[in-house]
Design a protein around this ligand. Structure first.
Ligand code: CAA
Length: 284
């Protein structure tokens, strides 16, 4: 069966959800974003509009196309308004209980053929899907931060994902202009399985080698060709998000390198969350 995706729902308009919604409207899909309050939703829409305005200023987008794209995005607090979506991408808080409630609710409102995707980065898609009666319609679509700029989407096959659902998610990522890959539902999937322990090693090296965050970033940019240094990257991802993902992977794999370095845990506990809080390894 081929599945046509015309309308997309995005649950949660934080950094990742807003980025995903932006990618969807830029690719021409009518999109409904659901947030817990209208104020948060409208604020996310303004941020998206701001990024698109910047593209107009840089000559990458016509003003008319920018305005039409922004008009494609509806904001709601009511999951029932996602009833006619062909695909819903969940980008809510990384908590299994929260996701179970959302997927349970979603299944009650969407049509029989709707695909339910999770953007989870550290939880098991199979465990998330367990909340659904028809778990064969659940798939992982893992975008990378910042979603409008990063090309990769990991399409994650959960234990019960149907073949046509998996392929439809893969094809949709292509329609978004992304470079999707197919993978199984293993802890961290592909990129985070590799990147999280490497970033944790980088943070441990700060103390071991007595190097400053500035110099470590210079080292990895100019010695390893990274587009941005590890400290700037963890600041971008969010110290709390990185600690949470490390803990989740450590819990699943028991590999010591997955465990969050104490320095990061201290920063998270002190509210130094990176760019979003104005301070992490660097000040913003
Ligand atoms: N939409 C549109 N434009 C955006 C944007 C958005 N959401 N966010 C930023 N931009 C724009 C900025 O406005 C900026 O333009 P201006 O400065 O002209 O306004 C432009 O994009 C970026 O410009 P840069 O010169 O900074 O771009 P760059 O060439 O340095 O690339 C980058 C930026 C793509 C982020 C690059 O530094 C990079 O690849 N970094 C690594 C990022 C990475 O590894 N991400 C993965 C994190 S791990 C993860 O996400 C997994 C997880 O589960 C947590």
């Amino acid at each position: 069966m081929t599945r046509e995706i015309r309308k997309v729902g995005v649950i949660g308009l934080g950094t990742m959800g807003a980025g995903i919604a932006q990618v969807c409207i830029e690719a021409g899909f009518e999109t409904v974003g659901r947030e817990v309050s209208l104020e948060l939703g409208e604020r996310a829409k303004e941020r998206i509009g701001g990024f698109l305005t910047r593209k107009v200023e840089k000559g990458q987008l016509a003003q008319g196309d920018r305005d039409t794209a922004v008009e494609r995005l509806g904001i709601t607090t009511d999951i029932a308004e996602l009833a006619d979506c062909d695909l819903v991408i969940e980008a809510a808080f990384e908590d299994l209980q929260v996701k179970h409630e959302l997927f349970g609710e979603l299944e009650r409102v969407v049509g029989d053929d709707a695909i339910l995707a999770s953007n989870t980065s550290a939880l098991s898609v199979t465990e998330i899907a367990a909340a659904c009666e028809r778990s064969e319609r659940v798939v992982g679509m893992h975008f990378f931060n910042p979603a409008p700029l990063m090309k990769l989407v990991e399409i994650v096959r959960a234990e019960r994902t149907a073949d046509d659902v998996f392929e439809a998610a893969y094809a949709f990522a292509h329609l978004l202009g992304k470079e999707p890959i197919r993978c199984h539902d293993t802890p961290g999937f592909v990129v985070n399985r590799v990147l999280i322990p490497v970033l944790n090693d980088c943070i441990r090296v700060l103390d071991e080698a007595g190097v400053t965050p500035e110099d470590l970033d210079t080292a990895m940019r100019h010695g390893a060709g990274w587009p941005m240094g590890p400290c700037a990257l963890v600041d971008l991802v969010g110290i709390d998000i990185h600690v949470h993902a490390s803990e989740a992977l450590y819990e699943k794999t028991r590999e010591p390198r997955m465990a969050p370095p104490p320095r990061l845990v201290r920063m998270a506990n002190a509210g130094k969350l990176g760019r979003k809080s104005g301070e992490g390894f660097f000040k913003y």
